[in-house]
Write a protein that binds this ligand. Structure first.
Ligand code: F58
Length: 795
């Protein structure tokens, strides 16, 4: 496609699809017109992919996920179709910079964090590998809230990504399923029949996901909830207009908001309804497709794989058994075995509070037949493997992790360490009973979005050095190692980083009014705010460093900017206090005339995929400082390493594997290991001991406790100070001293820019293994037991 073809297509859509005259078109119109022109290029490979999968009778992979944090789609599609240059030229002709058009797209925040972003990377990789697959999720009207700060505090506002027409989706009014809730189970002809009391409609919206080089496209099918009855005409006619639309309002609530607050009973109920809603619709849709091709249900495990992204779709186990047994007549034991042959479960957390459990009362009320089936599943499992501790039902609760484990033929962790810990902790008993079930599949990230799209300067440099094969085969980055002794290469590497940093400096100046020095080290921690991720360890170190610079302002300090980004769950009070503290510290430090040339702190609001794409290429240092044993994997850590930002980190999650790949000399390790953390906690007064042993830490904590960062409001941050000097469950204090040491090593290393750039480039050269293409190949080989539908030559 030439740039004039693309320009004609854009102008055609502007006129005939959007009804706009070019003379009056605004940026949004151009963005929509470009999206439709690009979408046209996806449609043929998309249809071809469907036809190929049917013709080849390939096994299909269904990725069930409550979250797909896809971000913006236009640039990704243009990059994968190889149309970036063409689009630049087309818009040069049209007199508008392409970047202006691309940045007009809303960021689809249909996820909270790593789990949702992983699902988005996986779907892209499955398309790039030409594997027949489908992502199933929920089309939330409102994604993750918008974050702003008022006097340093997080404020949440609803997010409205669907306010403008979504250019990428196709509404499927014909693809609908009736989803029931409540009611009772009756016996008919010796069979159990669920008669739900309430119900709603799940309607599909399809978004094509194009793979690298446009060879294959899969579908992301998101369900939207619609009422079975639009409104109650009798009530309307009698003048009760609000009550007349109640059924519609109730039904739509299901797909209105991503993870509503589940601290209230109503919130919990809504979340379970969301889970059943999208899982049930997805299973029925997949079964319908299977039954259009095959008439033997025993073939199901050969032809269909359902991957459960965490426990959120774990109701798939009992629902699939119900569909096979109650609705299709397969004997119960066969139904369970068949369902298990199709299902596999990915665990993303060991935190007990995040492992879902539903009260039996709630499950029985909303899904009475499923509760009976869960009892049967437990009984069948106990008959095979007697051990009461391995049940899904316990103490009046349904444990969704255990249910997913029992109903999955494979259960995977997301990093090597996390997988080992799963075996030793949450699934200890089940692992003993099923020693082959737990396997590891370390996470990965798509190089198309996270290097080629986000970091064009680095990408050009890599391609100039080793050709462009790395985009589809990231391990080719190892070929960069031979270029590292070439000073010219390292200079160009440094120039690319510098260019990215300058872009960020300009953006921060424009958007936050804060001046940053591009020569300072950009030290970045971006992720959800959580105690285990320890943003408070980072800010404590900033406070201690500030105090030290004030004591000794003429020493040879390495200038640093600490950049934070991330949202706290609206109900997570302590996480919100951490945000408040960081913002208060930033205000004091940035206004300090003595220290601010050496140390600044910036908390960028509303962290999302787009902001990550801006920040990661401009980062020098990646903060991965979680309490060992708590971060299942991390994926941000991989994006930083790939973009040439060495890590300061603990031996947690995939940091362990990153360190092995990039080399211990190119990773700033600190802190206790997971077993050391457990042992340390045994000392009741571990925090007091750590504080007593480190005057720097004691002084930094004093500043948190007094009014240093809360002028006129002493005690504002006392909660954090008390937590850290008391219980300190996440052992912030006990890791502080070693973190300080490692940070000073970072300072010294950064001061030698030649050495630093080499280390940064080595991180890029040695991180090719962390591609989500590699992760997907692992799932294909070890879990789904299928492969691409096209050969490397596209046949
Ligand atoms: C994340 N989990 C893990 N959960 O924390 C991270 O280590 C891992 O890399 C990533 O999954 C992918 O495996 C995560 O993002 C959530 O967002 C929860 C979803 C349900 C509500 C609570 C947060």
């Amino acid at each position: 496609m030439t740039s004039s073809d693309l320009r004609d297509s854009i102008l055609h859509h502007l006129k005939y699809s959007l009804g706009k005259d070019a003379a009056h078109a605004v940026t949004q119109d151009w963005r929509m017109a470009l999206s439709l022109a690009v979408r046209d290029r996806i449609t043929d490979p998309w249809f071809d992919a469907t036809r190929t999968a049917y013709a080849g009778q390939n096994k299909r992979v269904y990725y069930l996920s409550m979250e797909f944090l896809i971000g913006r789609l236009l640039q990704d599609a243009i990059v994968n179709l190889g149309l970036l240059e063409t689009a630049h030229e087309a818009f040069t002709d049209l007199g508008l910079p392409l970047d202006t058009v691309l940045s007009n797209e809303p960021d689809a925040a249909l996820g909270n964090g790593g789990l949702g972003r992983l699902a988005a990377c996986f779907i892209e990789s499955l398309s790039s590998l030409a594997v027949p697959a489908m992502g199933y999720g929920i089309r939330y009207e409102h994604g993750l809230f918008k974050q702003s700060f008022v006097q340093g505090r997080q404020i949440e506002a609803p997010e409205d990504w669907l306010q403008q027409t979504h250019a990428w989706e196709f509404e499927r009014p014909e693809s609908t399923y009736h989803i029931g809730f409540g009611g009772r189970v009756v016996q008919k002809d010796g069979r159990s029949v669920w008669e739900p009391e309430d119900g709603l409609i799940a309607q599909a919206y399809d978004t094509p996901v194009i793979g690298w080089k446009g060879r294959w496209a899969n579908t992301l099918r998101l369900w939207s909830a619609k009422p079975t009855q639009i409104f109650d005409l009798d009530r309307f006619n009698s003048g009760d207009y609000i009550a007349a639309s109640a059924p519609e309002t109730l039904a739509r609530t299901i797909s209105r908001v991503l993870y509503p607050d589940d601290t209230t009973p109503q919130g919990k109920e809504l979340r379970l309804k969301q889970e059943f809603f999208f899982t049930a619709a997805s299973l029925r849709d997949a079964l319908r497709r299977f039954e259009s091709e095959y008439d033997d249900l025993h073939l199901l495990p050969q032809k269909v794989a359902f991957q459960l992204n965490d426990t959120h779709p774990a109701i798939a186990g009992p629902e699939l058994v119900r569909l096979l047994h109650d609705e299709r007549g397969l004997p119960m034991d066969e139904a369970i075995a068949t369902a298990r042959g199709c299902l596999a479960y990915t665990n993303h957390t060991l935190l007990p509070e995040a492992l879902e459990r539903w009260p039996v009362e709630l499950m029985g009320r909303l899904l009475p037949r499923h509760l009976q089936i869960i009892e049967r599943i437990d009984a069948a499992h106990a008959a095979e493997k007697p051990d009461r501790r391995a049940n899904a039902l316990e103490d009046g609760e349904v444990k969704m992790g255990e249910l997913a484990f029992i109903m999955g033929h494979k259960v995977n962790g997301v990093s090597a360490l996390h997988t080992d810990l799963m075996k030793q902790t949450v699934f200890k008993e089940l692992h003993r009973l099923h020693p082959d079930r737990i396997i590891n599949q370390t996470n990965g990230v798509t190089p198309r979005r996270w290097v080629l799209g986000a970091n064009p300067r680095l990408s050009t440099l890599i391609t100039d050095a080793i050709g462009d094969g790395w985009v589809g085969d990231l391990e080719q980055l190892s070929g960069l190692e031979t270029h590292l002794d070439d000073a010219g290469f390292l200079d160009r590497f440094a120039a690319a980083k510098r260019g990215n940093k300058t872009d960020l400096v300009d953006w921060v100046q424009r958007n936050q009014g804060i001046a940053l020095d591009p020569d300072a080290m950009f030290d970045v921690q971006i992720k959800r705010i959580h105690e285990y991720k320890r943003q408070h360890l980072n800010i404590l170190e900033a406070i201690a460093l500030w105090q030290e610079i004030r004591d000794n302002p003429n020493a040879d300090w390495t200038p640093r900017v600490k950049i934070f980004g991330g949202k706290a769950a609206p109900g997570y009070v302590f996480a919100k206090e951490i945000i408040h503290l960081i913002n208060d510290v930033a205000a004091v430090l940035n206004a300090d005339p003595v220290t601010s040339k050496y140390l600044k702190v910036v908390f960028l609001p509303n962290y999302n995929v787009t902001l990550a794409e801006r920040l990661i290429p401009a980062s020098d240092l990646s903060e991965q400082i979680s309490t060992a044993g708590k971060e299942a994997s991390g994926t941000g850590n991989m994006k930083f390493a790939l973009n040439g930002a060495p890590t300061i980190g603990t031996l947690d999650g995939a940091n362990v594997e990153i360190r092995e790949h990039v080399g211990t000399d190119n990773f700033f390790l600190f802190g206790m290991t997971a077993p050391e953390v457990d042992a340390r906690r045994e000392l009741g007064d571990h925090a007091a001991q750590a504080i007593a042993a480190d005057p720097r830490l004691a002084r930094a904590l004093d500043a948190v406790r007094d009014d240093t960062f809360a002028p006129g409001d002493p005690g504002r941050h006392a909660g954090i100070a008390e937590n850290l000097s008391g219980h300190d469950y996440f052992v912030v204090c006990s890791d502080f001293t070693d973190y300080w040491r490692a940070q000073r090593e970072v300072d010294a290393a950064y001061a030698d820019q030649g050495g630093w750039m080499r280390m940064a480039a080595l991180n890029t050269a040695r991180s090719g293994w962390f591609s989500s293409d590699r992760s997907m190949r692992g799932y294909l080989a070890d879990i789904w037991r299928t492969g691409p539908a096209l050969g490397a030559d596209g046949e």
